[in-house]
Design a protein around this ligand. Structure first.
Ligand code: UT7
Length: 334
């Protein structure tokens, strides 16, 4: 695969981080009552023990509001200080308007540029990359960057090969061109659209609009070739991370912490081997939340920060892959 992608340098500061997980816990034993599966299978193949599921009347923007409010509080700033909102999601409240616009209104943020991006599980890192570029232009000063998903709304709860893997949640960061905090120092985002059906939601778009037939075919649910995604995930995350390190003059030995996309403990183990970075440097919370797509990295980052695992001056690597295929790696100096 040609990994020639968008490598660049950055100087934005992370002023604050926040996350929100719905309160309803669905553990493996509850799922094993719905589909033919077991706690033993799910745990040994994925490392996931439980996931969170939002209430029926709770939309992605509601999860995003709660995570964003915490990020604003953590940053010690008010909604008036935000002049850009970027939301990464594959489960927007509706096709349009964007979830970012809904968030802008719900949070009482001034009428600033607000839009969604869609890069699946790489979405939050893509959104950071985009927001950082916009801050670098000098035309924006302080961005709210959010990864939020209500994946339970596109799960086929009769398909054991997917419904055991995913969960709902939201994470947010406030980044600025000035101020104190972890510095974003490099990005490497890329995509390969040659095999879109590896992981997709076939119906509901312009190719296959909603119809009685699309409903009968369960086309509005997420479909995935898990085995192929697994192999690609390890390969593209490994390449993206290695390229980014080399571009910025670092080696794998310089990395103190890795915050990987939280999809599967076996993917994280394989990535650790491929990058030759010890597994104990990888932060994982997928046992509690499963794969929350665009929310996965900011939720993990928020938990890791709260657990005080980062020391000032340490080097962190964020790395994700997702439907597309997309991938993204980001370096930060804590
Ligand atoms: O953010 C990107 C999102 N996607 C991913 O990260 C997915 C990446 N892929 C994976 O994590 C793994 O491939 C899975 C967890 C999805 C599957 O693990 P695997 O070790 O690749 O299993 P498999 O697909 O090769 O399936 C092995 C067997 C199959 O049975 P047969 O054909 O060997 O008889 C499946 O039907 O396991 C069966 N199976 C299950 N059994 C019990 C699949 N799902 C389940 C289940 N419970 N939930």
């Amino acid at each position: 695969m040609n990994m020639s992608t968008n490598l660049n340098k950055s100087s934005s500061t992370i002023l604050g981080v926040g996350s929100y997980l719905p309160s309803r816990v669905v553990d493996n034993s509850e799922l094993s009552k719905r589909v033919e599966t077991s706690d033993e299978w799910i745990t040994s193949r994925t490392g996931i023990k439980e996931r969170r599921v939002a209430e029926k009347n709770e939309a992605t923007s509601d999860l995003a509001v709660k995570a964003s409010q915490k990020a604003l509080d953590d940053a010690g700033i008010s909604p008036e200080d935000i002049d850009l909102i970027v939301v990464a999601t594959i489960t927007p409240d509706m096709a349009f308007p964007s979830t970012a616009c809904l968030l802008q209104h719900k949070l009482g943020i001034p009428k600033v540029a607000s839009f969604d991006i869609e890069a699946a599980c790489s979405g939050f890192l893509y959104a950071l990359d985009i927001a950082d570029g916009m801050l670098s232009s000098g035309r924006y000063k302080c961005a709210l960057v959010v990864g939020a998903e209500k994946l339970s709304s596109i799960m086929d709860w009769e398909d054991r090969t997917t419904c055991v893997l995913f969960g709902d949640g939201a994470g947010a960061a406030v980044i600025s061109s000035s101020g104190e905090g972890p510095q974003l120092i490099g990005f490497n985002s890329g995509a390969d659209g040659s095999n879109p059906k590896l992981l997709h939601q076939p119906a509901g778009g312009s190719l296959e609009p909603a119809s009685m037939e699309s409903l009968e075919n369960r086309g509005h649910f997420l479909k995935m070739n898990g085995r192929e995604i697994f192999k690609s995930a390890v390969r593209v995350m490994g390449s993206a991370a290695r390229e980014l390190l080399a571009e910025n003059g670092f080696s794998n030995k310089d990395i103190d912490h890795v915050i990987p996309h939280q999809a599967n403990a076996r993917i994280v183990e394989s990535l650790s081997q491929r990058l030759e970075i010890p597994l104990d440097k990888f932060f994982c919370n997928l046992d509690k939340y499963g794969n929350t797509s665009a929310a996965s990295i900011p939720v993990a980052f928020d938990e890791a920060r709260k657990a005080s695992i980062f020391k000032k001056g340490e080097l962190g690597l964020f790395v994700a892959f997702g439907a597309g295929l997309t991938w993204s790696a980001v370096l930060a100096r804590f």
